[in-house]
Design a protein around this ligand. Structure first.
Ligand code: G6P
Length: 613
């Protein structure tokens, strides 16, 4: 959370910075700000605004600013201090000659603040970040260069940071440093771009370097020099960015979320494309090929993640246990790291993350590393921290996901779990025929998704009836229990309606007390081995006058006698059903939120990439 952008070169930095912030806005949108240094006077100026980047853009347009070819910018997700202009970044020193943007948390900020206050420093904001800029200032005042001052300051910091710093005293450079929060430098011709992720670089350059923890880089328009925090030089490898501008634009869709829901026809295909070995009834996953045997011989597989990725892990658990026979556990990353987890080198651990940057997942991964487990990443964003710090892994290939509520990354994560189940299963007891059946069914999914998307108007009409609902209950069994959780999460995230997901059979142990004529209950009830049991649960809700929406199989006409609304989807094998059954729930949440007039792509208080604990 929080997005950082920087530019140094020959061009006017301001439009580049503002455009960069817009592309990173999914990381936070409480406030935004820029700081630039004038080409002529070499004086620094800053403009900040509460709220979205568009507000900052308006303010920038109304302000006369000298041409500046160096600047830094920030979009904030508040941690320390409420969203306000004084708390917005960039933060600065007393003379307004030194500016800094920060993504992360300075954990020992009160200690540093107390020390600086003793030395006569005053603070304008309630943020942890201001402490860092003042600390750098104190080292500059002792005669150190900007680079050395940043290095000395971050040596005193505990916590996490991705920072970019500019100073009037050395107006031809940006100093950047990273620990725990992502930073990438885009390399152009006579110019450099700095960003929290590559989305902000697309269209400017296709070459970049990713910073590692503990690295500090001096960036000028023509070159960059990377050092460790102990001042040793480092040689960085230049990498290629393969994402095109189209992939991150909204196209003709009103929202990224809707675009991404519709993209699932292709993103699901992209996730299995080139990975199916039909003749052998197995999958080819280059990233884990060399250690596939070790995974197959694991004593246990542990899946760890947050949010929607955790729900994908729950479906993954069902798949892996069914097809590999290896015991599987799913753990919230945030819980895993704060227990004394029993994990050793006989365990394989998958860390699932769309962004590959979620702080809790990254920290859980580091803890598992210390305990010698096999560390595997299952990420969407190429080159992300989790992808780079795992021993091996599989990219889900969903393409850039920008809407804060995850949709296409979820279905792609499930495709990858199906492929891993087949690959590992075939190394154990899964037969050729069974492996081939799964793979054939996988190949048939894009067409079935197309069919489901044609139900959009019907789902929109159903959404209309529930715009004023105060609560929603989502119920499913077996493979569709995690889908119930995910459906409820989508509704909560973007429509701000309280929603809960439950295993259908657990309903009678509590949630049934909530059911009356005002409670909408969404059942995920395809015709599978637990269908009859789910029908019994539907009867129980109906007897108590709950309003029922069912996600049902296309040939199921019986269910219409019991429910108020049914959304009929094509059949597939049980393990793959979540990839289909979740799509109507994504659309339902989307339409309810749009009808409530809410910002579905940037729901309040949320951020797409949670890089703080
Ligand atoms: C945030 C996002 C969710 C996402 C979760 C985990 O809460 O709003 O959509 O599922 O983080 O993110 P990750 O990138 O690790 O999958």
């Amino acid at each position: 959370m929080c997005g950082i952008v920087g530019y140094i070169g020959e061009k006017n930095s301001i439009p580049i910075l503002v455009e960069g912030l817009k592309r990173l806005e999914y990381r936070g949108y409480d406030s935004a700000g820029i700081a630039v240094i004038s080409n002529d006077s070499k004086k620094a100026t800053s403009i900040k605004s509460l709220g979205k980047v568009s507000k900052l853009e308006d303010k920038v347009e109304q302000t006369e600013i000298d041409l500046s070819s160096i600047g830094i910018a920030h979009t904030r997700w508040a941690t320390h201090g409420e969203p306000s202009e004084p708390n917005a970044h960039p933060h600065f020193n007393k003379n307004k000659t030194l500016y800094l943007v920060h993504n992360g948390i300075v954990e020992n900020y009160s200690e540093i603040k107390a020390k600086l206050t003793k030395d006569g420093y005053e603070f304008e904001s309630e943020t942890d970040t201001e402490v860092l800029v003042q600390l750098i200032d104190s080292f500059i005042k002792k005669g150190n260069t900007l680079l050395k001052s940043v290095r000395l300051a971050i040596s005193e910091v505990t916590g996490t940071y991705g920072i970019a710093v500019i100073s009037q005293t050395e107006p031809d450079k940006i100093i950047v440093a990273k620990k725990g929060s992502p930073l990438v430098i885009g390399i152009g011709n006579g110019e450099h771009f700095i960003a929290s992720d590559v989305n902000a670089l697309i269209g400017h350059t296709s070459r970049c370097i990713y910073l590692e923890d503990g690295e500090i880089v001096e960036v000028t328009k023509d070159k960059f020099a990377a050092h460790t925090i102990d001042d040793e030089d480092i040689k960085k490898e230049v990498e290629e960015i393969s994402v095109e501008l189209d992939a991150i634009s909204k196209g003709d869709y009103p929202h990224y979320m809707l675009k991404e829901i519709y993209e699932q026809v292709n993103s699901v295909r992209d996730s299995f494309r080139g990975r199916i070995l039909m003749d052998e009834g197995t999958a080819k996953l280059g990233g884990i090929e060399r250690i596939a045997e070790r995974i197959a011989n694991s004593k246990r597989i542990v899946l760890s993640a947050c949010g929607t990725s955790w729900h994908a892990g729950l479906v993954g658990e069902y798949m892996l246990e069914q097809f590999t026979g290896i015991p599987v556990e799913v753990d919230y990353a945030s819980e895993f790291r704060y227990r004394n987890p029993i994990v050793d080198r006989k365990d394989s651990m998958f860390f699932i993350s769309q962004s590959g940057e979620t702080a809790d997942t990254l920290a859980a991964m580091k803890e598992a590393k210390r305990r010698d487990a096999l560390i595997l990443g299952l990420c969407n964003v190429v080159g992300s921290s989790i992808a780079r710090e795992s021993e091996a892994g599989v990219y889900v290939h969903a393409g850039p996901e920008i809407g804060v509520a995850s949709t296409k990354a979820f279905t792609s994560q499930l495709v990858v779990f199906a492929l891993i189940s087949v690959l590992v299963g075939r190394k154990r007891h899964l037969s050729l025929i069974d492996g081939q059946e799964i793979l054939h069914e996988l190949e048939s999914l894009p067409k079935k998704i197309e069919q489901i998307l044609k139900l959009n108007n019907q789902i929109e009409a159903i959404a209309e009836k529930f715009v004023n609902a105060q609560n929603f209950l989502y119920l499913g069994r077996g493979y569709n229990f995690p889908v119930a959780l995910e459906g409820a999460l989508k509704m909560k995230e973007i429509s701000y309606i309280h929603a809960e997901g439950y295993p259908a059979a657990e309903m009678k142990h509590g949630p049934i007390a909530l059911i009356d004529e005002n409670m909408p209950v969404v059942f995920i009830a395809p015709k599978d081995s637990v269908y009859d049991k789910v029908i019994t649960n539907i009867e129980e809700v109906k007897a108590r006058k709950g309003r029922i929406i069912a996600i049902a199989s296309e040939n199921d006409t019986e269910i219409d006698k019991l429910v108020d609304y049914s959304i009929k989807i094509p059949d597939t094998i049980r393990m793959l059903m979540p990839i289909l059954s979740v799509i109507p729930l994504q659309l339902l949440a989307y339409h309810v939120a749009v009808k409530k007039g809410l910002n579905v792509d940037q729901p309040r208080n949320l951020a797409k990439s949670v890089t703080v604990e």
